[in-house]
Design a protein. Structure first.
Length: 135
């Protein structure tokens, strides 16, 4: 499969609640697998058609305010996770508040910085985003 990602993703296992927007169905629970500035990979039990709009709600570590995102299912693929069949689901963001996007980008930058082992000196793109987010 050809790599189509425009933004770096970080592995992140966060509890998430989702609601099918068109049906207003009661929220269901899931867990994120990875996250970026434009989309998220979530392991779901429900099968959705491409384009299905979902409302996602999750909390970042040490942040009591939830992140709210409306997004569209881009793809789904069946896989086995911890002995159970789940659907790895790619969701592209459609709407996210500026404040939520700012917090999400900060989390992604910090996570990437931590993963690279560069916690004392920010360079290049990380330095740019860190400065931008501090304004």
């Amino acid at each position: 499969m050809q790599e189509r990602r425009r933004y770096a993703r970080v592995n992140s296992s966060l509890p998430l609640k989702y609601t099918i927007m068109a049906k207003g169905i009661v929220e269901s629970k899931a867990v994120t697998e990875n996250i970026s500035a434009c989309g998220i990979l979530v392991d779901l039990k429900d099968k959705f058609n491409t384009g299905t709009r979902l409302l996602l709600e999750f909390n970042l570590p040490n942040d009591p305010s939830p992140i709210l995102i409306s997004g569209s299912v881009i793809w789904q693929e069946e896989k086995t996770h911890e002995g159970q069949k789940v659907l790895a689901t790619g969701v592209e963001y459609q709407k996210i508040a500026a404040y939520d996007m700012e917090r999400l980008n900060k989390y992604i930058c910090e996570h990437m910085e931590h993963e690279s082992g560069n916690t004392t000196r920010k360079t290049g793109l990380m330095a740019f985003f860190s400065k931008l987010l501090k304004k």
